[in-house]
Design a protein around this ligand. Structure first.
Ligand code: NAP
Length: 487
């Protein structure tokens, strides 16, 4: 198996039956040093996958009961002698205690499965440290991204990828083969210098989500404070009315759609800015500023958070009639209506509400579609054009429909001076700012004269350089703008 082969998922749809590169691994004797959680799960998985397992412990008698009967539990030196591939399932701090085994370990393959407690904890990676302690052995880094739990569940659940690196191709091939027989997908990460990167992977906490989460929290905080001033503080100061009960549901429920709507527009805004830069410079071969690059890379997470807030908004809205305060207000209105014999049916309000809810449901449906198709397993089943159509075209339609939802919610309130609390306009008017800019920009980019120029730039044309081009028609292959580049 070449390095290139290992980079591809090896299980997938490829049948393992009859593959000559796989059968010899099963039946091989594999050693495991250590008898802790990882060693035990590894031994169970190896036994289930058809390997002979010999576990090396400092206290084999005490630990034997924890292992399957098919695995031999013996002293460390004895175990090492019986296997050519040995998994070192002990912590880095204890590697030096294994130095007594240096003679028996000579010429063997050591698999370093260790993790650290901090990113870049030591100057050299654990695997490089192990290699320095045992120069007569071949060290392979691998299996550290797989948890003891995943090993026990047999790769049916959890992460299936096993990242492997080593300076020795043959040793790497053997370990990759073992991983494959165990039901994992070995991924070649190159030579030993990648060990540090592999060791850092399990320590990362949602790196791609940090910026989008801070963005969502920042927006939530801003809109929440704004709504709090309008819905709670204003009535308290002006009318001495205690409206604190509105905070847990009403204020939160007016904040969530604002965050969701603005976040959705922030998915499409960087594409607009990128297009502006391309038009301005007249080329696509000029790097975007770093902040724009970062923004473009985080669009998926921003979109998913937008969907999350929209889904919460839907649930909160459905729960509004359950509140006691709502019931009291309903009864109060009914009594008032009976006493004053007034007709509270306002045709315009009825229509506004019907359209507002219907449009909101459609927007949520489209956002769900966008969220589902951004999942790797679903995205992999779509071709580029289908993916782009859903994420780009349907996404933009979702933004337009969300704008209609917001406008029908606001209706004429922006022109009612009673709606301006402390001179602050209704929240929905603020949320419209970015989405409407994006929609307007998209409409402008679709004007034939601008669209043609953008298409030419995305096909490689540059301002000031003569390149002969035959463009597809505006309604042709690249008519949806963003499909012709990765923007
Ligand atoms: P553990 O439960 O604490 O087991 C460590 C084992 O190391 C002990 O059972 C002990 O076995 C052995 N050992 C050898 N020399 C030792 C010494 N001088 N002092 C103490 N123990 C010594 O730890 P673990 O969770 O199995 O983790 C083992 C390695 O796997 C670590 O490097 C860890 O980073 C890595 N790992 C673990 C997981 C996981 O999910 N647990 C996931 C990925 C990677 P004997 O007493 O039998 O000698």
């Amino acid at each position: 198996m070449s390095g290139g082969d290992m980079a591809k998922p090896l299980l997938g749809h490829r049948s393992m039956e009859g593959d000559p590169s796989i059968t010899p691994a099963a039946g091989r004797t594999v050693g495991v040093l250590g008898s802790g959680d990882f060693a035990r799960s590894l031994a169970i998985r190896l036994v289930c996958s058809g390997f002979k397992v010999v576990v090396g412990s400092r206290n084999p008698k005490r630990k034997a009961g924890f292992f399957p009967s098919a695995a031999e539990v013996t002293f460390q030196a004895d175990a090492v002698k019986k296997a050519d591939v040995i998994f070192v399932a002990v912590f880095r701090e204890h590697y030096s205690t294994l130095c007594d085994l240096a003679d028996v370990l000579m010429g063997k393959i050591l698999v370093d499965v260790s993790n650290n407690t901090e990113i870049n904890h030591h100057k050299e990676s654990n695997a490089e440290y192990l290699a320095s302690l045992f120069p007569a052995c071949t060290v392979v880094k691998g299996f550290n991204v797989v948890s003891a739990w995943t090993l026990q569940s047999g790769a049916r659940d959890g992460n299936k990828q096993v990242l492997i690196c080593s300076d020795n191709q043959e040793a790497k091939r053997i370990v990759a083969e073992i991983a494959q027989v165990m039901g994992f997908t070995p991924v070649d990460m190159g030579c030993m210098s990648s060990a540090r990167e592999i060791e850092n992977i399990p320590l990362r906490l949602l790196p791609a989500w940090k910026i989008p989460i801070f963005l969502a929290l920042g927006l939530f905080l801003c809109f929440f404070t704004y709504n709090l001033i309008r819905q709670v503080i204003h009535p308290f100061i002006r009318e001495k009315k205690n409206k604190l009960y509105k905070i847990p549901i009403e204020v939160v429920n007016t904040t969530l759609p604002c965050v969701s709507y603005v976040m959705l527009s922030l998915v499409y805004l960087p594409g607009v800015l990128a297009a502006c830069l391309q038009l301005y410079y007249g080329t696509k071969y000029r790097r975007f500023p770093d902040w724009l690059d970062q923004w473009l890379q985080h669009r998926k997470q921003i979109g998913l958070l937008s969907f999350f807030c929209a889904a919460l908004h839907a649930v909160y809205s459905l729960c509004l009639p359950m509140r006691r305060s709502h019931r009291y207000q309903l009864i109060e209105t009914a009594v008032k209506q009976a006493v004053e014999k007034m007709n509270i049916w306002v045709e315009e309000e009825v229509w506004r509400m019907e359209i507002y809810i219907s449009v909101g449901i459609i927007a949520l449906g489209l956002l769900s579609l966008l969220a589902i198709t951004s999942l790797p397993s679903i995205a992999n089943s779509l071709n580029w054009r289908e993916f782009s159509f859903i994420q780009s075209t349907l996404g933009f339609i979702a933004l337009v429909i969300s704008t209609l939802h917001t406008l029908t919610y606001g209706w004429s309130r922006a022109f009612d001076e009673n709606q301006y609390k402390f001179y602050l306009p209704p929240t929905y008017t603020l949320t419209l700012l970015v989405p409407c800019t994006v929609i307007l920009a998209k409409i402008i980019f679709n004007l034939p004269c601008i669209q043609q120029r953008l298409l030419r730039i995305r096909r490689g044309w540059e301002k000031g350089r003569y390149v002969k081009f035959v463009l597809p028609s505006a309604t042709g292959e690249f008519s949806s703008g963003e499909t012709s580049s990765n923007v």
